[in-house]
Design a protein around this ligand. Structure first.
Ligand code: FEO
Ligand code: CA
Ligand code: CA
Ligand code: CA
Length: 652
């Protein structure tokens, strides 16, 4: 029997749109008086010469500093826009789509043949997201490994969509969905004609899914909070979920990040749920079913309702085993990926590196939900290029910080350390393990600034200036009061913030920040009825408009690439057209549109060959029949390869 799946589709459509931060942290408006804040804002450029473009920034006219060398492409508002548009002189081609072979024995993609989860385990997963190109040392410009996250799955995974039979999900459907999550590692090479190709068979190609055994590393390895009936030792977890954005270490490993994992679990015990911070503060389901796919009806591992009759309360701790950074060594296909628990447990969008000249590091993370926080993890040790083995477990020890963005452009990193800043047993934190598992609650306790859904972070390759996308937050002004870093009520379009750590030190505990831009249409823009748009729908962009910045990355020359994620059918988004990739000059602040994707998609995930002459971009969940890598017409999440027809550097 086919049951109604609308609630699940609605949950997916509202993907990462949760608002469950109940904390009452003081806002900037409460901390500092408005007039003083405005005064300081005007003086920021003088106060910090090397910051925010510094001296250069004040001299370069809006025309730009020459970083943006391409002709921008227009907004695409047609309801049936079904291709990938790039500037003249560039070519985009489908490179790697859901269902493409990853392992040499993978059967040909045949989505109508039934739910063959074993086949899916050998093929590309769904919903391509963050990714990175790792070059081989002997031919870095021609040969590498592309590592790609598969964030979640669409109903189109199955011939007849997602179904229930007798109140349960069919196991074959659930297993296929689990197999389509995770990460792909694929070998890629430039052929003799100069075209990038996928290599098959390859000794490096690998699929990691929601079924792959992974190790738990760091302070939580073996801890009681990680023990379950299915893993009494608390050291091995099956799989990784909702891998959104990512990070890269200086020693050449990939960091897959676990974002919307709470929606895969349910705790049906209302009394237990009410007191279990590790579930409630993250939005684990507490109704009849989990929010996304009801896997628990077929796979009891996802039923986190406590069961006193089973060891370790059954699977009540299983949700504690997600929300981490997963370190993967792409060059060792036999290695076991490790969940690095020193990073703390959040709805983790990304873990982006800043590397200091002295080998000290910071990894920045957004926690993407309404009113959540920006974090950084500072490893205790330093990167040692001369001794690769010394770097192997650097991510298991360090300090987790959360950001407070103060009025006037100052900011502070607040350490989440047991015994400090009120993180004591009296306040519900019996140990550092509890601080890490309940990092959101710890951040509430220390007074972090609730943000408008922090997504990706990007670090400038030379200055180490840090940028973060705050994608949007329609609850701003109600659930979370306005403040200087989150200044618009009902913020539908989002903003980009940037900051500089004190003395350029990634490990600093103080920084200076400013708004880089508010997204949206220009002030004075009118809606389709000719009425002036309200202020919360207008922005400060110089150049091409966009909404809801999400993906964010610098190329080697310091161009800032911005990817968007909004519902392109929403009334407020109609002027924005389909989701897109833009490029910004951090000095002149000009933004120019580079690529537009097909209707219904999100553009997310970006990486380059080391010479920046090949760029890969992901088209996630296209709504129309975007032609995928095999030329067939079923909508498929796809990695797109963009090259310049004259072989030049992308964007230059
Ligand atoms: Fe998966 Fe916050 O985007
Ligand atoms: Ca994202
Ligand atoms: Ca998003
Ligand atoms: Ca997405």
């Amino acid at each position: 029997m086919r049951e109604d799946f609308r609630q699940f589709h609605a949950a997916l459509a509202a993907h990462d749109d949760q608002s469950i931060n109940p904390s009452a942290n003081p806002t900037l408006d409460q901390l500092v008086d408005r007039g003083r804040r405005n005064l300081l804002k005007g003086g920021l450029g003088l106060a910090a010469l090397s910051l925010f473009g510094g001296v250069l920034g004040s001299r370069v006219a809006f025309a730009g500093s020459g970083l943006l060398g391409f002709e921008g492409v227009p907004v695409q508002t047609a309801a049936d826009f079904d291709r990938v548009l790039v500037p003249s002189g560039y070519t985009a081609r489908a490179f790697f789509s859901w269902g493409d072979a990853v392992l040499a024995d993978a059967p040909a993609w045949n989505p109508d043949a039934g739910d063959d989860w074993q086949a899916q385990l050998q093929q590309a997963g769904d919903n391509h997201d963050g990714m990175h190109f790792f070059p081989f040392a002997e031919a870095p410009e021609r040969h590498g490994l592309l590592v790609i996250n598969h964030e979640y799955v669409n109903p189109t995974l199955h011939p007849a969509g997602m179904t229930f039979e007798g109140g349960k999900r069919p196991l074959a459907e659930v297993k296929k969905e689990q197999a389509a999550h995770g990460v792909s590692v694929i070998e890629v090479r430039k052929d003799t004609a100069g075209h990038w190709q996928r290599v098959l068979p390859s000794r490096w190609n690998r699929r990691i899914s929601a079924l792959t055994p992974l190790a738990i590393g760091g302070p939580l390895a073996g801890h009681a909070l990680m023990q379950t009936a299915s893993d009494p030792a608390g050291r091995t977890v099956l799989g990784t979920l909702n891998n959104c954005a990512m990070g890269v270490t200086p020693w050449g490993t990939y960091l897959a990040c676990e974002e919307n994992w709470p929606h895969y679990f349910v705790n049906r015990d209302a009394a237990d749920f009410a007191q279990r911070v590790a579930h409630r503060r993250y939005g684990v389901g507490n109704g009849e079913r989990s929010k996304y796919y009801a896997w628990e009806t077929a796979d009891p591992r996802f039923d986190a309702t406590p069961d006193a009759g089973q060891p370790h309360g059954g699977q009540v701790n299983e949700p504690n085993r997600f929300g981490w950074v997963v370190e993967i060594d792409p060059f060792d296909p036999d290695s076991t990926p490790v969940k690095r628990t020193a990073f703390g447990r959040i709805g983790r969008e990304c873990a982006v590196l800043s590397l200091g000249a002295d080998g000290r590091m910071a990894f920045y993370s957004g926690d993407d939900a309404k009113g959540e926080y920006v974090y950084k993890f500072v490893p205790a040790g330093r990167f040692d290029a001369a001794n690769p083995r010394a770097n192997r477990d650097l991510l298991d020890e360090g300090t987790l910080y959360v950001a407070r963005f103060e009025a006037g452009g100052t900011g502070r990193w607040l350490a989440l350390l047991h015994g400090e800043n009120g993180l004591t047993a009296e306040n519900g934190f019996a140990s550092q393990a509890e601080v890490l598992v309940n990092a959101r609650a710890a951040a509430d306790q220390v007074g972090a600034t609730p943000m408008d859904r922090p997504e990706w972070v990007a670090v400038h390759p030379l200055s180490r200036e840090v940028y973060v996308t705050l994608t949007n937050n329609d609850a701003r002004g109600e659930a979370q009061p306005l403040d200087a870093a989150n200044p618009r009520r009902e913020n539908l379009h989002g903003q980009i913030l940037r900051w500089n750590e004190k003395d350029g030190d990634p490990a600093a505990t103080e920084f200076r920040w400013e708004l880089f831009l508010l997204a949206g249409e220009p002030p004075g823009a009118k809606d389709l009825q000719g009425q002036a748009l309200p202020a919360h729908l207008t922005g400060t962009i110089h150049g091409d408009i966009f909404s809801s910045p999400d993906g964010l990355a610098f190329d080697g020359a310091g161009r800032l690439w911005i990817q968007t994620d909004y519902g392109d059918a929403e009334p407020a988004m109609q002027a924005m057209g389909c989701n897109q990739l833009l490029c910004a000059d951090p000095v002149s602040r000009e933004v120019r549109r580079f690529l537009v994707g097909p209707r219904g998609c999100e553009i997310t995930g970006i990486t380059w060959s080391p010479d920046y002459r090949a760029m890969w971009v992901n088209v996630q969940h296209p709504g129309l029949s975007y032609p995928a890598s095999d030329g067939r017409s079923r909508p498929r999440s796809t990695t797109v390869l963009v090259t310049r027809d004259d072989g030049g550097v992308i964007g230059a």
